[in-house]
Ligand binder design. Structure first.
Ligand SMILES: [Zn+2]
Ligand SMILES: [Zn+2]
Length: 740
């Protein structure tokens, strides 16, 4: 008789792995055991068909599992009659990936809508194939006592399901029913009464704070102009678009164009917000996404969403004040959201860690992440080889951190803009959670080169306190490393990093950079001509000033629409250099150009002018031949501005001018890459930085580079914006021995 012991690693807990193994063993008439360990799953099988069992495990694992490795050893046969699921063995130092939260499955949904089912209209229905994971897990191994479901002892019926190997809820840790599980509440109402009250409140134009899986949403009827405007005012959100939730895919198709890939993402188990090009739909309030041709749509992902959604789509935005972390606890919501929400739909299952919705879009046929959070985090990005445990703290905006262990890079959920103590608090809480979940004690810390980032200051303090080496990584080098790391590259590449802002090695603000290098180091081979950024942040919020600075720097006269006072201040700043920071930022150049051609003079959220300019020239393929002047490693947009101004005076349609600008940028990338290849022999180009969220530009650039047979790396797993920065920092930090 053969007995084999099998160790399986990967995402194998909380995904129905043990029940799957149990029924597989039964099918092959094997005895033995299966159990969770802190590093994965251990299986022992004994009988005739052990090889067939192993083949099946390898070739058709349960749908949510991601197997990294299977190790098999022969062990002595035992005298036994059955196959058993054994208690979990906690091993203090071991580590295993944890499943993200997963959208409710079709089976659970069917039961929830079946009047004969005991979970009819029960908003916490789940099974081994779906439901919350990451946000309710407090510790490993993944077992109910280590989750926030600990507070809900199972009733007899649920308990019976939990122990019945033929049941879909066999060892489903969040298993619950109306008799024993969590409940929703709305004032003094509970259960269906509470859900109905929330629906009524939404229908009558109220803003409802809804407790979800990873935090609170603020919801309102997206077809009510009044409700949407009220929410926008209260959140202090300017013109930044709101995400929308529609009941099903067909309804989304009524509002926006949905390709096959976009439909796939919308209905995936991760259920991200997908940016879609809108149709003309008078039904949705224009206040949802003013001036934006794209809307972020997501489909219901919790059972409660399915109960709440009716004919009309809902605005579903994070439950927070702008710039603050998302709210997760009931008490916190009742106080911090009091001025934002009219009413509250609460529930009594604790959220252990916050996790915002993810945002993604499709570029050609692949996913281009914009915000990697719920449904994705804490799924690791695989690194090429094991290395030291490193904590990389990210940058400032759209902050995430990265904790590595072995060959796994665990990227955190979206933390937010690290500009205030609330966000820092959320960062610290999330880091403590990751450290304990993955049993990962950092042996070094990595941060951005910018000395004043809150994240850099925190990292310096943490490194000092724990006597760890600290590595400071230049911002755009981290971007290059990020796109290389997600493609498993550790050689050299040409990095085309078009970004908002990042601290350069010379103390200036960089952001239009051609780098050559890899994880070990980099050389800045070309860059956008530096221009003064008059008044710093004031110019970022008012791209018209940025445009003026560019034209001033190019020696071009421009009768811009400034008040005499503003004009005088600007000229003075530029002439004296007082309160001016030099910047080579490509993001700022895009903003400036958009302002120049009259897209928008002032912005209320990052890259607004650029986004609107991209929307303006969508589908316009005119290239009027604007060109940067590339000389001695510096690309100068002066000639391009001259041509554009001339075209404006001649009355050339602005969409053509905007399209020509995109063409000029793509042409520039090609020229730079050809020059860099000639000099270095490197044929691989990594495209990163926030500007590459612009798919119009990305398309032109990748087409141009492909024609010259470059190998192109674009982001598919982490965002090109600063949300992906921590991965690059970590990849670099693992290799350097750098200390302060
Ligand atoms: Zn289910
Ligand atoms: Zn129950």
């Amino acid at each position: 008789m053969v007995r084999r012991r099998i160790f399986v690693t990967g995402i194998v807990q909380g995904v129905g792995f043990r029940p799957f193994v149990y029924s597989l063993a039964a099918r092959h008439s094997l005895t033995g055991m299966v159990g969770n360990t802190s590093s994965g799953v251990v299986i022992e099988i004994q009988g005739e068909a052990t090889s067939a069992f192993i083949d099946a495990l390898r070739n058709s694992p349960p749908p949510l599992a991601v197997i990294d490795s299977i190790a098999i050893e022969e062990v002595d046969a035992k005298d036994e009659l059955a196959f058993m699921i054994v208690d979990s063995q906690a091993q203090p130092q071991a580590s295993t990936p944890i499943s993200p939260d997963i959208a409710v499955c079709a089976d659970c949904l069917r039961e929830m809508l079946d009047p004969a089912d005991r979970r009819y209209r029960y908003p916490f229905i789940n099974c081994t194939n779906c439901g919350p994971r990451f946000t309710i897990i407090q510790d490993i191994p993944y077992d109910r006592p280590f989750t926030t479901m600990r507070a809900f002892p199972m009733c007899d019926q649920c308990e019976a399901e939990y122990h019945d190997p033929s049941n879909r809820r066999f060892h489903a840790q969040p298993n619950a029913c109306p008799a024993c599980g969590p409940q929703v509440s709305f004032d003094s109402l509970t259960g269906d009464g509470a859900v109905q009250a929330a629906i009524d409140a939404l229908n009558s134009g109220n803003i409802v704070a809804i407790k979800g899986i990873g935090g609170f949403h603020l919801a309102c009827d997206a077809t009510s102009d009044e409700a949407v405007r009220k929410l926008r005012d209260r959140k202090g959100r300017g013109a930044k678009p709101f995400a929308l939730m529609a009941k099903d895919l067909d309804r989304v198709r009524g509002y926006a164009h949905v390709s096959a890939q976009e439909a796939h993402l919308l209905t995936s188990k991760e259920r991200p917000i997908v940016l879609l090009r809108t149709r003309d739909n008078p039904e949705i309030s224009p206040a949802v996404a003013p001036g934006n041709k794209y809307l972020g749509f997501l489909l219901p992902y919790t059972p409660l969403h399915h109960l709440l959604l009716g004919e009309r789509p809902l605005v579903m935005t994070s439950g927070n004040l702008s710039d603050e972390p998302i709210v997760k606890d009931n008490d916190e919501a009742l106080s911090r959201l009091a001025t934002l929400a009219d009413v509250f739909l609460l529930h009594n299952r604790d959220i252990h860690v916050v996790c915002d919705d993810s945002v993604t879009r499709v570029f050609e046929t692949r996913e281009l992440p914009i915000r990697r959070s719920r449904g994705y985090s804490p799924m690791p990005v695989k690194l090429t080889h094991p290395g030291p445990t490193v904590l990389a703290v990210g940058g400032e905006l759209k902050s995430t951190f990265c904790l590595t262990r072995d060959d796994n890079a665990y990227l955190s959920q979206h933390i937010g803009d690290m500009e205030n103590l609330e966000t820092l608090g959320a960062f610290e809480h999330a880091f403590a959670h990751f450290r304990s979940l993955f049993r990962a004690e950092p042996t070094r810390v990595v941060c951005d080169l910018h000395p004043d980032y809150l994240s850099s200051r925190w990292a310096a303090g943490y490194a000092k306190e724990n006597n760890l080496p600290l590595t400071r990584v230049q911002h755009h080098h981290a971007h290059l490393a990020s796109v290389m790391a997600e493609h498993g590259r550790d050689g050299r590449a040409i990095g085309v990093i078009f970004d908002g802002t990042g601290y350069g090695t010379d103390g200036a603000i960089w952001g239009g950079e051609i780098l050559c290098g890899g994880l070990q180091g980099f050389e800045r081979v070309m860059h956008l001509k530096s221009v003064p950024l008059p008044g710093g942040d004031a110019s970022i919020k008012r791209p018209l000033r940025m445009a003026f600075a560019h034209l001033w720097s190019a020696g071009i006269e421009w009768d811009a629409k400034f008040s005499p006072v503003e004009l005088r201040i600007l000229r003075r700043q530029l002439e004296t250099g007082i309160n001016c920071v030099p910047t080579s930022s490509m993001g700022r150049l895009f903003d400036a150009f958009a302002a120049l051609i009259g897209v928008r003079e002032t912005v209320s959220y990052e890259a607004q002018a650029t986004i609107e300019m991209e929307a303006m020239c969508e589908g316009v393929s005119v290239d009027r031949g604007y060109r940067f002047l590339l000389e001695k490693g510096v690309f100068d947009p002066g000639p391009l501005f001259k041509s554009a101004l001339e075209d404006l005076r001649r009355g050339v349609p602005r969409p053509e001018i905007a399209a020509s600008f995109h063409h000029a940028a793509a042409h520039l990338v090609l020229s730079c890459c050809v020059a860099a290849r000639e000099r270095t022999g490197i044929n691989t180009v990594g495209l990163s930085g926030g500007v590459f969220q612009n798919t119009t530009l990305l398309k032109l650039v990748t087409e141009a580079l492909s024609r010259q047979e470059f190998e192109i790396l674009t982001h598919r797993k982490v965002p090109p914006n600063d949300g992906g920065l921590a991965l690059g920092q970590a990849a670099i930090g693992r290799l350097t021995l750098g200390a302060e």
